[in-house]
Design a protein around this ligand. Structure first.
Ligand SMILES: [Zn+2]
Length: 124
């Protein structure tokens, strides 16, 4: 299960970051998951609930925000919305030559201790 590996990576990164900032507990973690990233948000949320056990994230609230996908057509240069990796150009029906957004996932922010906020770090 791909999401479980990912969840464990996220937890490792957050634990490391929390140690670096001397955070006792993590209250909230906000993640951004692109619709084209291949990550299933529900599966990730479930995997996180398992991976977070017995860590400083144990009681953290998980917020997952899905970001929209877009791509640019190789043929006509049109920029179009993509809901799936194989969404084709509405003008010429060609696959996107370049994905512009929605293919990544990142940790947007953490809330640690009492409302102290640590800002974004990218996951890939
Ligand atoms: Zn096109």
């Amino acid at each position: 299960m791909h999401e479980l590996t990912l969840a464990m990576t996220i937890v490792d990164m957050v634990v490391e970051e929390a140690e670096r900032s001397n955070a006792g507990t993590v209250q909230e973690i906000e993640l951004e998951v692109g619709v084209l990233s291949g990550v299933n948000a529900d599966a990730l949320e479930f995997a996180l609930s398992l991976a977070m056990r017995n860590t400083v994230l144990e009681n953290a609230f998980v917020l997952i925000v899905q970001t929209k996908g877009s791509g640019r057509c190789n043929q006509c240069d049109r920029v179009f919305a993509m809901t799936e990796i194989w969404t084709t150009c509405p003008g010429c029906n060609m696959p996107a030559g370049e994905i512009l957004s929605g293919d990544a996932m990142r940790i947007v922010s953490l809330v640690v201790n009492d409302q102290e906020e640590i800002d974004s770090f990218a996951l890939k």
